[in-house]
Design a protein around this ligand. Sequence first.
Ligand SMILES: [Zn+2]
Length: 416
Amino acid sequence: MARDLILRGGRVLRAGASQPEFLDVRIGAEGRVLAIAPQLSGEGAELIALDGRLVLPGLVDIHQHLDKSRTRGLLSNPQGTLDGAIAAYRAIAPNITRDEMIMRARDTVEACSAYGTVAIRSHTNIDPQSGLRGIETMLALRESCADRMRIQVVGHVTSDATSMLPESEAWLQEAIALGIDAIGGVPAYSSQPLAFLTMLFDVAERSGLPLDLHIDEHLDGGRVLFDALADLTRERGMAGRVVAGHCSALSAMPRDQALRSIERLHEAGVAVVTLPAANLFLQGRAADRLAPRGLTRVRELLEAGVPVAAASDNIEDAFVPTGSGDLLEIARWTVLAGHLGLNDLRRAFDMVSSTPASLMGLDDFGLREGARADLLIARAASVEDLVAAGTLARTVLMGGRIVASSDAIASTAWIP
Ligand SMILES: [Zn+2]
């Protein structure tokens, strides 16, 4: 029979708090946080003694591509460029079966879960080679993994589909009917970037779904859509419901001009997701010397008050050949490659936890009464230390149930 669970003696990072406090957490049998307070009674509950371990909200990966995950061994990308990666995937996409796709994606979900990720938003290809096959497959994965991972599926219109506006709109309508969670796409690939972007807003507005775009993935500061994105977001009343991935070209624009665009994004209520792994790997390959990092202006965006999340993007495919699934690794790279400071480690944790959770609309996220108990328990002296050094002694709870543990967690007991 399911019982309440008490997490005893942990250092708990409550929602909205800057630092953890010594508190107990009571989780109801239905998987929600019932109480957070010092010295809670353990009556009628199972108890786990935490001996000062950190109790944190789980990690949230707002930008992955589970449909392409772990295809690295099937293809090659000799130039290591974005164009090379797209061409390589396009060549194998028609032959990928649903079973293969779901098997590889499930391996990635399991790896991410073991490191503490509790939610993933998967940008899923809609293109002439895949049609809606990836969407159908990822929607099936969303259901079959529900007890282990909260998955959201983005209809990601990419590759040649970005120049096929009527067809793309029809594909998106079908994907919406199937039950996708957000609308996405890559306007920078389109022969008509602005018309394509406007079509995505039209579809989002009609469906009531949020937008999560790859607004660019290049370093051409003369070919940008930031102001158009801000204007459309404001005109359509979509503040807080538009996410712009990459924004790499902000780093290629003159500083004054970039700061003006950042201010417009901020005023319009657009959030940004930085993707350091893909940017470091794919961008700047043509440079003769001093190859750029390829990341957006993370520091300036944060200073302007724009919500910024960091995410994995691709894991072991033609776009990024590496990836353990550990989001703390991504947080660490964001600090290093994004030129953040020694005092930004705590903020980097939010960039892979509460910020992306809020952008994904996970209203029941966080350590507070009534929220789902999707938690990461880790042995570390502080949140800053966890981000800096990333202990592997972690335990992950989904809905109050342990789904992964690499920590010899203290014995449990039933308190009558
Ligand atoms: Zn991506």
